[in-house]
Ligand binder design. Structure first.
Ligand code: NAD
Ligand code: UDP
Ligand code: UDP
Length: 347
């Protein structure tokens, strides 16, 4: 991590988190909202390993206790079942705000559900966590998304691009929810002096992803393991850039500890069409896996790839794990969860 990162104290509130140089850094008290989810649980592992005390706040909408169960019994770990749409009183040094119904089955395929849940969680939930940050002088990191660029007219996407979002489309509860969350964060930063950090996360995959969340990597991997055809939506020529979860977590922690507000693109610039992704999954799991074309969902972005120059220059960060290295790690986790502990059970 950045050696220049500020040193925080584990103590009284409104300290801005800083202690005089020379005093030893103690563990921080950190809230991770959405910490029982895919990305959050990997982040929690790193924070606990670093010696911090972590409070996970999660309503288990898409997350799962199994993801953090290995920390039960650790006195530096707490799990609170709570919906961030409701106010929350805690005393902490840092807030990683990840809580959000993030997977497409929840906002694309069942938009009536998330039109309410997704947008409201992003807006009211973020407002509450910013209110908490303001009250206790905690640093606040928002996990925004590449979806703020919508169906981008600029490629690759740079942080200065304002995006091309349909404000009333099926994805808008998510896209506009995150855009509003960014606005709220900047408002609290400028207006109330809250130390905020904004990450724009590009498609991320890895162990502990929800098996049936409808995202393309989890769909293809689960389908190939179950000997079902891989469902390619549309003509399969649309592109995405896939980042392994450990790279993302490293980026989030550097961003939190660094001096820059952002926003920062955090993603792997390795760009694939969905047909190419299907091919990598075939190579990794089953060369005989079939491909089946399905109609695409509305407003699907045609291409997406992060420009990560800013994160490289200011955070000294870049992803290390290419798709062909990361995918096998996800496959063994999926294999275990789908078939139980017997590795070669039918797959
Ligand atoms: P996830 O669904 O696994 O995790 C989200 C967590 O938030 C879940 O544990 C869920 O139960 C919890 N949650 C949802 N609504 C809540 C609420 N109202 N109150 C409390 N908890 C709530 O998704 P993830 O992939 O781990 O995503 C984490 C964050 O990163 C999200 O904010 C997401 O928008 C962002 N992000 C992820 C990706 C990606 O590709 N994984 C890409 C861009 C942005
Ligand atoms: N809030 C919270 N925990 C706190 C402080 C605030 O959940 O420790 C919530 C609070 O309920 C409010 C939101 O954060 O809905 C914004 O708080 P702020 O103090 O900025 O606004 P105000 O309450 O003055 O409208
Ligand atoms: N997709 C696909 N097959 C699937 C699921 C998704 O071809 O089974 C496509 C989808 O149409 C989109 C891309 O994969 O073009 C990425 O979709 P995902 O929902 O994973 O992420 P997002 O669209 O949010 O980037």
């Amino acid at each position: 991590l950045n050696p220049k990162r500020p040193v925080y104290r584990f103590g009284p509130l409104n300290s801005g988190g800083k202690i005089p140089l020379g005093l030893k850094r103690k563990g921080l008290r950190i809230v991770v909202t959405g910490g029982a989810g895919f990305v959050g649980s990997h982040l929690v592992d790193r924070l606990i390993a670093r010696g911090d005390s972590v409070i996970v706040v999660d309503n288990f909408f898409t997350g799962n206790k199994d993801n953090v169960m290995h920390h039960f019994g650790n006195p530096r770990f707490e799990l609170i079942r709570h919906d961030v749409v409701e106010p929350l009183l805690l005393e902490v040094d840092q807030i990683y705000h990840l809580a959000c119904p993030a997977s497409p089955v929840h906002y694309k395929h069942n938009p009536s559900l998330t039109l309410f849940c997704g947008y409201k969680t992003n807006v009211v939930g973020t407002l509450n966590m910013l209110g908490l940050a303001k009250r206790v002088g905690a640093r606040f990191l928002l996990t925004s998304t590449s979806e703020v660029y919508g169906d981008p007219l600029q490629h690759p996407q740079v942080e200065t691009y304002w995006g091309n979002v349909n404000p009333i489309g099926v994805r808008s509860c998510y896209d506009e929810g995150k855009r509003t969350a960014e606005t709220l964060a900047m408002d609290y930063h400028r207006g109330a002096g809250v130390e905020v950090r904004i990450a724009r996360i590009f498609n991320t995959y890895g162990p502990r992803m929800c098996i049936d969340d409808g995202r393309v990597v989890s769909n293809f991997v689960a389908q190939a393991l179950r000997k079902e055809p891989l469902t390619v939506y549309g003509d399969g020529k649309q592109t995405r850039s896939f980042q392994f979860v450990s790279d993302l977590v490293e980026g989030l922690m550097r961003l939190m500890e660094g001096e820059h507000v952002g926003p920062f693109n955090l993603g792997n610039p390795g760009e694939f069409t969905m047909l190419e992704l299907a091919q990598v999954v075939q190579e990794t799991i089953d060369p005989n896996a079939k491909i089946e074309f399905r109609p695409n969902t509305e407003d699907d972005p045609h291409k997406r790839k992060p420009d990560i120059t800013k994160a490289k220059d200011l955070l000294g960060w870049e992803p290390k794990v290419p798709l062909r290295k990361g995918l096998p790690m996800m496959v063994s986790d999926f294999r275990q969860r789908i078939f139980g502990d017997h590795k070669d059970n039918g797959a």
